[in-house]
Design a protein. Structure first.
Length: 636
């Protein structure tokens, strides 16, 4: 697959399983209420401001588990109110606006590094500040306008948390179930050319949700979900080797094709059955699914099938590990601060500001981001560009810490904006709507914004573009050429964001060898912790070693993927692995991970007769991990 194809596929990836029409309807009603009330009172502009707060609070409600949503939505509402006041106060002064935009964006980058939820709120805060500061409204509206934004956000919070709340454990169950569905899709696509590795994003999202649940509202059900997710992680790692063995065995002829299909079908049946159980808060491999797996595995008995049999056997053992027992008293190994409330926030902010040093990657990115926002703000004001805040807004949402995300978000935003502008312009041209119809169009676009928000950044960009165009047109703020200006300035903003990155790059390719080496050493440390566990060591230490190995392995995967898409000039260091060598090392790393995860799970429920076999496998796994460390160490 070519580099351009990979970029386009990454930019326009669409996760249909995250489509949320019912949730979107609830959120859209929270946006509709302030618009309707303002229209009835004859103050349409107030409705736009209040609906802005409701829109952003609704977007914040998509993050975290049930008990954490209230905090996220209140935090988002307060943040939006404060940045609205600041934006309206400084909007008339070029100098004040430029300095405020740079300072605020610097602080929000640091805040966004704290968590996925903080990142969402920081991006939303930047967007609201840039839009409201660019509307040219008088400073006298700052406090009333900020109050309307806050009121809209609090109204949305009230509706979504008290009036029509969703199932308390819905996010946790759905997050783990999505990980299993991702594995299903990979199995359905076999055979494939090249190595097969599932996107780590669904698995990371599931861990984030379960860790959030562990800090806030631990239940016995969560122990089962964590065990199911660990099994899914092991299967994900094992799929790299299984897919290659599957492809080779199918190439042997009709008998190999038939046996490979039977094995894949048995694995699919097991994954679907577990996925259904996870949706109900359980995680058990049914006897019928187990029998089908064992029958298919036994059928791989022809000469030459040994590699496929070994990988399939590992996956069957991982699925069988779901029968193990896990401590249900609480997630002792779940990371998270013991503080809460204001002390916790102060500790998190202190950690974030410690990263502001220019010697650290985050500090350099925050400074680059602040300079890009400040300079683009000054440029649009100095040149008196109509609706210039759209250019600055695009720079703010596209420019990211890594090249891959900056590039793909730029492509996705441009494509989404183009679609949103064309659709909104076509509707306005065809219908020539009055304020009431424009309000309905805005609400329809708001519903799409919520429904598409989890699925695709490009689709979300299209929906929110249509929402902004219709809302500002309804409020009489936009002027006649709103669509054309937004499209042109979005294109220019994307170009400026990419230029800012290229002028001050932070190539991930430079970390390629080190990231793989660190992941391999963490994997070796995990196996050694398992060996120590057999000598009476701490189960908690083994769990922490597993978490560290997983985190570094996922980080290595991201860097290898980024290295494939970064330009050649980023890969000129003499000590850097070639991409094919990095791919091979990553495959071996995942094979080792799948093996050690299975050994860890089996260690929890062994009979005395099985102990010798597991100890022997642990020695072999330690040897494989040590060999990979030596290979990557020699590559320096």
């Amino acid at each position: 697959m070519g580099r351009t194809t990979l970029i386009v596929r990454s930019a326009f990836a669409f996760e249909g399983e995250k489509w949320r029409p019912v949730t979107a309807l609830r959120c859209a009603l929270g946006v509709a209420i302030p618009i309707v009330l303002a229209a009835l009172s004859g103050h349409a502009a107030w409705g736009v401001l209040a609906s802005t707060g409701a829109l952003n609070a609704g977007l914040a409600s998509f993050g975290g588990v049930f008990r954490s949503r209230l905090r996220l939505m209140i935090g988002a509402s307060v943040m939006m109110g404060l940045v609205s006041v600041l934006g309206l106060l400084v909007g008339q002064s070029v100098l004040a606006l430029t300095l405020s935009a740079a300072a605020l964006s610097f602080v929000l980058v640091l805040y966004g590094s704290l968590s996925a939820a903080a990142l969402t709120i920081s991006i939303q805060g930047t967007m609201v500040f840039l839009v409201l500061s660019g509307l040219g409204l008088p400073p006298s509206l700052a406090w009333p306008g900020g109050g309307m934004v806050l009121a809209g956000g609090l109204l949305q919070t009230l509706l979504l948390t008290l009036i029509w709340p969703v199932s308390p454990h819905f996010p946790e169950r759905q997050a783990v179930a999505r990980a299993y569905r991702r594995l299903e899709r990979l199995l359905l696509a076999l055979p494939q050319q090249g190595d097969v590795l599932a996107d780590p994003a669904p698995f990371q999202e599931a861990w984030d949700v379960l860790n959030d649940a562990g800090r806030l509202a631990w239940r016995g059900e969560h122990a089962q979900l964590r065990r199911a997710l660990r099994t899914a992680e092991g299967l994900r790692a094992a799929l790299v080797g299984y897919a290659r063995a599957d492809r080779d065995w199918r190439a042997q002829g009709a008998s190999g094709e038939a046996q490979a299909r039977q094995m894949v079908q048995a694995l699919l049946s097991a994954l679907r059955q577990i996925g259904r159980e996870v949706g109900r808060g359980e995680a058990v491999l049914a006897p019928a699914a187990r029998l089908e797996l064992e029958t298919a595995l036994h059928g791989l008995n022809l000469t030459g099938a040994q590699p496929l049999r070994e990988w399939a056997g590992l996956m069957v053992r991982l699925l069988g590990d779901l029968d193990g027992q896990e401590d249900r008293s609480g997630p002792r190994a779940v990371p998270g601060p013991a503080l809460s409330g204001w002390p916790r926030l102060k500790a998190e902010l202190a950690t974030a500001f410690q990263a502001a040093s220019l010697r650290r990657l985050l500090g350099r990115h925050a400074l680059k981001y602040a300079l890009a926002i400040g300079l683009s703000t000054w440029l649009t004001r100095a040149l008196n560009v109509p609706h210039g805040y759209w250019l600055v807004l695009t720079v703010g949402v596209v420019l990211r810490q890594d090249y891959l995300t900056t590039l793909t978000r730029g492509v996705a935003r441009l494509g989404g904006t183009l679609v949103g502008v064309l659709v909104a312009s076509l509707l306005i041209w065809a219908l020539r709507p009055g304020p009431e119809v424009l309000g309905l169009l805005s609400l329809g676009a708001a519903w799409l914004t919520f429904a598409l928000f989890p699925t695709s950044y490009a689709a979300f960009s299209a929906a929110i573009t249509a929402y902004v165009v219709c809302s500002l047109e309804a409020a009489g703020v936009s002027g006649g050429q709103i669509a054309e200006w937004r499209l042109g300035l979005t294109l220019l903003g994307g170009v400026l964001a990419l230029a800012a990155y290229l002028l001050w790059p932070a190539w991930q390719s430079a970390q390629l060898t080190g990231a793989l080496r660190d992941a391999a050493q963490a994997q070796l440390g995990y196996v050694e912790a398992l060996q120590e566990l057999w000598r009476g060591g701490s189960a908690e230490q083994a769990g922490l070693a597993r978490s560290q190995a997983r985190a570094l392995r996922v980080q290595a995967e991201k860097i290898v993927r980024a290295a494939h898409l970064e330009p050649g000039l980023a890969r000129r260091r003499a000590d850097m692995l070639a991409l094919n060598e990095a791919d091979a090392a990553l495959m071996q790393l995942n094979a080792n991970a799948a093996w050690s995860l299975s050994l860890h799970a089996r260690s929890l429920h062994l009979s005395p007769a099985q102990a010798g076999g597991v100890q022997r496998e642990l020695r072999e796994a330690a040897g494989a991990a040590q060999a990979l460390c030596q290979h990557l160490g020699a590559a320096r």
